[in-house]
Design a protein around this ligand. Sequence first.
Ligand code: GDR
Length: 322
Amino acid sequence: MIAEGYQVWGLVRGQANPRRRWVSRRLSEIRFVDGDLMDQGSLVSAIDTIQPDEVYNLGAISFVPMSWQQAELVTEVNGMGVLRMLEAIRMVSGLSGSTPVPSGQTRFYQASSSEMFGKVAESPQSESTVFHPRSPYGAAKAYGHYITRNYRESYGLYGISGILFNHESPRRGTEFVTRKISLAVARIKLGHQDKLYLGNLDAVRDWGFAGDYVRAMHLMLQEDEPVDYVIGTGRTHSIRDAARIAFEHVGLDWEQHVAIDPALVRPAEVETLCADAGNARRALGWAPSVEFPDLMRMMVDSDLRSVSRESRYESPELVAGW
Ligand code: GDR
């Protein structure tokens, strides 16, 4: 976005949030505004201060297992937070539903999720597939999805949802399975760890490269008419495949190092997800550029570099407690 000439603002929650410094060190052009998805007034104030052309609501508690432990908090942030952001845009833009929509209004992107499909009604999943969320996280995301559509229909607000399937990169948090694997493989290869504990090895996901998915989000908001799109690769792999590819990349046998921890199996699992992103391909000209095996190898290589630099790099279990 910065390369395209945008002035980018980040909404920062909480006092002395350490991520602010992390982002500033890497992208000094980004400016910050304080605000919280739990606090309506702060969002109105943020939108009023910035008067943004485009708002990307990627703010959420994104780790699905946490949603069973803190269901109400996850629902507040991931569900009600979307309503508060829409209300802030509606109020500042003066959208009432009965007066004409002003030109040049703020456009809104909501990060919807393939977790909404949950126990899938059909495969692959497209924009018209029925939702059946399997976690409080998925249920809250479904609310965010529908309320975005409702503000579009009620007030003429330019609001869309991108239904993104899992997207990964070397910057992925170490609690998510791809990065948990890539970091463990690097630590095992370099002699800092011996075992990697995982949950359900049979789960199947449609994983893509996060950089491609950010490009898709931007493309969606440039369309004349607001339309929701599914974004994914249409290719699937199991957790077992991911582990095998990552260990093979460093010349190790995954079966010698992977063990099952039943505590990591979820109360209700999303067994398999596969995207039908045909609409995005046709309308936006979007296509993924990285195949999953290359993505896993990219993440392992990155973690080999970081673990070599910082030999005390903590194990995912210690960092995240999962
Ligand atoms: P997911 O991502 O829940 O799909 O949501 P995650 O990487 O956490 O899990 C993927 C699958 O791997 C299985 N699994 C494990 N997962 C984790 N985290 N740790 C393990 O040890 C492990 N063992 C097996 C899981 O059971 C699951 O089936 C991600 C998040 O980014 C969401 O915010 C986003 O909405 C969706 O992707 C699209």
